[in-house]
Design a protein around this ligand. Structure first.
Ligand code: MOS
Length: 745
């Protein structure tokens, strides 16, 4: 790591700046992938399968080709040759994809042809004229009735069974009070506002694509692998994403088909998925059925926890929702184990989606904890405090930092938790609606991935900072620029900040809530590197007022290096560079996991969420009327953006608890509600009052900047808090998400 001693935090980091790209977005001038129209561009439309399993036996390619404006039709047999079998796997991050290599159908909405036209209308009509016929095989759907097995690994490589060495069965047998309950969560689809889209253009062996990506360098590598070209010949531009939620972390089949279409026609091609086509090839959250068994002694002290998750993956790949693993972190238990089983279904392969594992696991665990507290006759908050984990329960490791107690305290105070009536179905509002208050603990691992950044000081004393980072809407354009400016000791307006393009240094992954830690630490280190070089130029030079101050004896501030012992003595960056005759000075920085620290410490963000719901006693209609979340996640780069991230996560939590469900037709294997009219997500009227409290937390172990992730933690805790509030309002425990009114009756 370069020395951090020259730069300070504070002039830019910590400021509640508004989004720097906000004006572009609200005026419609931010150019998203599908807004690109290179000269001579064609339009591609996918034809997608209406069956979930079988073979395509006929496509009326002649009819499609005969349609005016149709230029070409890609079907199995005429695709450009690939250099890597898309059904091969060389890492857990290489997901198999369907890109017209054969006539097999493995899930509904799979691509079975690509029609390319001079207009979108021509391509769309051409695709409709294909009138496919199929050999249909029965679709395997649902968590029951299919062969259950223990997955080789869950998530992207964790073992399926983990324990802390305690004897769970003995712990449960010896418990005075027990809960043994099963919770179900449905399949969910990411449904970012911006669908997957690509504009691809080839120039010989060079490829330029405009496509939303949460991981530019990884995407570049995947395209290079499939097409057998040098990654350096691929430029991915992804300045803005209209949401990613995990589904844009990897290049998916439809994007590869867009690149194939451009290769075949020799012209730029645009391919944008229709909303219903997003329900298949670009990932989803798999359904789960989770059983939580928990026992306490007479005092309410947990003796044992077993969290089992039964989930599903596709027939051809291996992503398993690691829903039980959140139980590793939250509550002290001398005996703790998590296990997973799965079935294979005729669906697209599940993928990371908005706190993958943690979100589904959290509603189950937090509901079970609420049931356990009630069995012990304890207030849910008092129960959680009694079972507070001082060290990580699964590993015994200390936490690098954990300010959860403060989250409980501040959240409860802001919510007014102490006024909660203990018994369910005893609180009413003036209108006679049943009122329920519930809570949940939030947690998310603090991840960091590998990234590099470049910082340059120019002759005029201004800066340039470059990294191939991505903004999914979370505010990276602003937060990372704040870090860039502090790293260089400049005001944010004196730094040009470039990101969102694969020709910049590897910005890592905007996923796992790790992007600010990842890109931010690389950026800050790059600033530190260039300032250290500048400091050497000055302190080694007798003509400088900083001569002899020593390498660590100077500090960067407002475009000047000054003596640490006398800040009135110093000189500007421009003067130092001018005297050295340098037009610019460049520094590099990188970020990545500190393996040693990870071995010794458990690293997580924490929070506490308090929810109020109102339920109509006659109709069962449920409204979430109030949510208060208090979160501790290390250093806050921009409180305005962090609060927005927590709001977003909490809204996902509302969505998880009360709205979202992909309803699958078990006969056809098709999602029945593959549209935003029937796939319910909350709208403004569903979210009346939100409060997010930013709880102070210092972490000097986790990474140089001391930041943890804030993107996904808000969904955890919230869904369970709402489920518990519904129980408190009604006395009816619904163990199936989403909690809909008919499930209360
Ligand atoms: Mo996310 S599911 O970490 O992109």
């Amino acid at each position: 790591m370069p020395e951090q001693t020259h730069t300070r935090y504070g002039s830019n980091i910590g400021q509640p700046l508004t989004r720097r790209e906000g004006l572009l977005k609200v005026t419609g001038s931010a150019r998203f992938a599908a807004d690109n129209h290179p000269e001579g561009m064609l339009y591609a439309a996918l034809a997608t399968s209406t069956i979930a399993r079988g073979r395509v036996t006929f496509l009326d390619v002649a009819a499609a080709k005969a349609h005016p404006g149709v230029v070409d039709v890609i079907v199995p047999g005429n695709t450009p040759q690939l250099a890597f079998d898309p059904d091969d796997k060389d890492s857990p991050f290489t997901f198999r994809m369907d890109v017209l290599q054969n006539d097999r159908v493995r899930y509904a909405n799979q691509a079975i042809a690509v029609v390319i036209g001079e207009t979108l209308e021509a391509a769309t009509e051409g695709a409709a004229l294909l009138a496919p016929r199929y050999d249909v095989e029965p679709a395997r759907m649902g968590l029951d009735g299919n062969e259950t097995f223990v997955p080789p690994a869950v998530g992207v490589g964790e073992p399926p069974d983990i324990d802390n060495g305690g004897d769970v069965d003995a712990g449960l047998a010896g418990s005075a009070k027990r809960v043994d309950a099963t919770y179900e969560t449905p399949a969910q689809y990411h449904n970012a506002m911006e669908p997957h889209a690509i504009v691809a253009q080839w120039d010989g062996d060079k490829l330029t694509v405009d496509t939303p990506s949460q991981a530019l360098t990884m995407g570049q590598g995947r395209i290079a692998q499939l097409f057998g070209i040098d990654p350096a010949n691929i430029l991915i531009r992804s300045p803005f994403l209209g949401g990613g939620f995990g589904s844009k972390a990897l290049m998916k089949g439809p994007q590869i088909l867009g690149i194939m279409a451009a290769r075949r026609t020799g012209r730029p091609v645009k391919l944008v998925l229709r909303r219903d086509q997003m329900f298949g090839p670009v990932g989803h959250r798999a359904p789960t059925r989770q059983t939580v068994r928990m026992g306490t002694d007479d005092s309410g002290q947990i003796q044992a926890i077993h969290h089992h998750n039964h989930t599903a993956t596709s027939s051809f790949d291996d992503f398993f929702e690691p829903a039980a693993n959140l139980s590793h972190t939250l509550y002290a238990a001398p005996a703790l184990k998590t296990t997973h089983t799965a079935v294979r279904l005729d669906t697209g392969t599940p993928l990371f989606m908005r706190a993958p594992g943690e979100a589904s696991g959290s509603i189950a665990l937090e509901s079970a904890v609420d049931e356990m507290a009630e069995a012990c006759g304890m207030d849910p908050l008092a129960f959680r405090l009694k079972n507070y984990a001082e060290v990580e329960p699964i590993s015994g490791k200390p936490f690098s930092s954990k300010n959860l107690r403060e989250c409980y305290e501040q959240g409860a105070a802001a919510f007014g938790w102490s006024k909660r009536a203990a018994a369910p179905r005893t609180m009413r509002d003036e209108a006679g609606l049943l009122v329920g208050w519930g809570m949940g603990t939030a947690t998310f691992p603090a991840l960091i991935f590998a990234a590099d950044a470049r910082a340059t000081l120019k002759a005029d004393g201004t800066g340039l900072v470059e990294i191939g980072a991505q903004d999914m809407g979370q505010g990276a354009w602003t937060a990372l620029a704040q870090i860039a400016a502090d790293g260089l000791g400049l005001d944010i307006d004196q730094v040009e900040f470039r990101m969102g393009s694969s020709d910049l240094p590897n910005g890592g992954i905007a996923g796992g809530s790790g992007h600010t830690a990842t890109a931010g630490n690389a950026i800050h280190a790059a600033g530190g590197d260039v300032i250290a070089k500048l400091a050497r130029l000055a302190t080694d030079d007798q003509r400088s007022p900083l001569f002899g101050a020593g390498n660590a004896g100077v500090v960067a501030r407002d475009g000047r290096l000054v003596r640490r012992d006398d800040e009135s003595r110093g000189e500007s960056y421009a003067d130092i560079l001018a005297r050295a005759g340098l037009p610019a000075l460049e520094g590099q920085g990188s970020a990545g996991a500190d393996q040693d620290a990870q071995k010794r410490y458990a690293m997580h963000a924490h929070g506490a969420v308090f929810a109020e719901v109102k339920v109509d006693p006659e109709l069962g209609q449920i409204r979430c009327t109030r949510l208060v979340g208090a979160f501790a996640a290390g250093r806050v780069i921009n409180p305005r953006l962090v609060r927005s991230q927590y709001f977003g996560g909490m809204i996902w939590g509302v969505s998880f608890a009360l709205h979202e469900e992909a309803v699958m037709d078990h006969r056809s294997g098709r999602p029945l509600n593959a549209n935003l009219g029937e796939y319910h997500v909350p709208v403004n009227a569903d979210i009346p009052s939100l409060e997010a409290i930013l709880v102070d937390e210092k972490d000097s172990i986790i990474n140089a900047l001391g930041v943890k992730g804030v993107g996904e933690i808000g969904i955890t805790g919230t869904a369970g808090a709402i489920a518990n509030a519904v129980y408190h309002a009604t006395g009816v425990r619904v163990r199936q998400a989403p909690i809909r009114l008919e499930r209360l009756l």
